[in-house]
Design a protein around this ligand. Structure first.
Ligand code: GLU
Length: 362
């Protein structure tokens, strides 16, 4: 099998280290297996997606040396393809138009909640043999719903979490296209993963709930679901979900703070994956060792002191000439002339054993 993985970020705002870890693992898995690694930008949420976030992702990946075989592929440029598949599914009876208004849906939900039932779509517009559908209301643009299988369950063997089984009764008929025809998130992911021939989906475990829906659509379209590996979250040093609000630094912040990309890569590699008790290793070693079996099963916790310690290791062991080159921009920032004083490489060579960051050297 030719392995193909992808990193599929939504460019919506702040990109922290935990986000880049979701790029590192599929990249390493592809490189280890001599496969392909694809970057797909999930930018269909027009209100929240920004070019700035796309730039941070692409810069961050290239800073860490996570090279691409394909992409970036932007979902917004594939809208026609998604619409085409929606049409094919309608024609094949795999999907159907639903004219239930927002108001009716809310009413249904209130009623179900009052009866202590789980709110879900009741299948009113789902065609079945021998069933008469309601009269189509005038002037209403329908949503398109996927005809989820009834009965049975979806089972997959998650490479991190083990076997997961979700009953189809838990899943209602997913909206795959909105009244204006735009495709929805879960649907685009399926079409992309199929079209891009992705063999291994390695992503955050906030997507576990989406997986049974995606598998059902994929199977209905005749596809073979990929292997899924759902990564536990990265928590901050206080054990909270990482976010800008609680002080997470962006990838650019680390660059500006004088961290070396090698140290960040090594650090991220260990944030949810291990190889024996190896702590300091090269990128080549990491790629050589990487496997899905050694991914951690519990949330990883960000440890800024460990990152600083690793950065020190990389600075201490760096080649002085290379290190001097990396330090120059930081020195220039402080107004230091690196050309006419004592030999800058020798100065850096003297200081590197004591420094944790390039700023400290400068
Ligand atoms: N775009 C999703 C995110 O940023 C990831 C989707 C996926 O990997 O399937 O969380």
């Amino acid at each position: 099998m030719h392995i193909r993985t992808r990193f599929a970020p939504s460019p919506t705002g702040f990109i922290h280290l935990g986000n880049l870890r979701s790029a590192l693992y599929p990249w390493a898995f592809a490189r280890h297996n001599k496969g392909d690694f694809i970057l797909r930008i999930e930018d269909t949420d027009l209100e929240r997606s920004t070019q700035e976030a796309v730039d941070v992702i692409i810069e961050g990946m290239s800073w860490l040396g996570l090279d691409l075989d394909e992409g970036p592929i932007y979902q917004m440029q594939r809208i026609d393809r998604y619409r085409e598949v929606v049409k094919q599914m309608l024609d094949a009876g795999l999907a159907y138009p639903c004219y239930m208004s927002e108001e009716e849906l809310n009413q249904l939900r209130d009623q179900q909640m009052a009866n202590k039932e789980k709110p879900r779509y009741n299948g009113l517009w789902r065609p079945e043999p021998g069933k008469t559908l309601p009269q189509i209301p005038e002037g209403v643009n329908p949503v398109i719903r996927f005809k989820n299988p009834i009965g049975g369950s979806v089972i997959w063997n998650d490479a991190v979490k083990g076997q997961i089984e979700i009953s189809n009764d838990e899943l209602d008929d997913l909206v795959i296209a909105r009244p204006d025809g735009t495709p929805t998130y879960n649907f685009c992911v399926v079409i992309d993963d199929m079209d891009m021939k992705i063999t291994h989906v390695i992503r955050g475990d906030d997507h576990v709930n989406n997986t049974p829906r995606q598998i059902n659509i994929m199977k209905a379209l005749g596809g073979t679901p990929p292997v899924y590996a759902h990564l536990p979250t990265v928590l901050n040093d206080l054990g909270e979900k990482m976010s800008k609000r609680n002080g997470a630094m962006s990838v650019r912040d680390y660059q500006k703070a004088g961290y070396l990309p090698e140290a960040i890569l090594n650090y991220l590699a260990r944030l949810g994956w291990s190889h024996g008790d190896a702590e300091v290793f090269t990128k080549e070693q990491f790629v050589g060792w990487f496997d899905l079996e050694s991914l951690g099963r519990s949330p990883a916790q960000h440890n800024p002191e460990k990152l600083l310690w690793l950065n020190h290791q990389y600075i201490q062991n760096a080649d002085p000439a290379k290190l001097a080159e990396s330090t120059k921009p930081f020195a220039h920032e402080l107004g230091i002339d690196t050309e006419s004083g004592p030999d800058f490489i020798q100065v850096v060579g003297l200081l590197k054993d004591r420094a944790n960051t390039l700023i400290e050297i400068a």
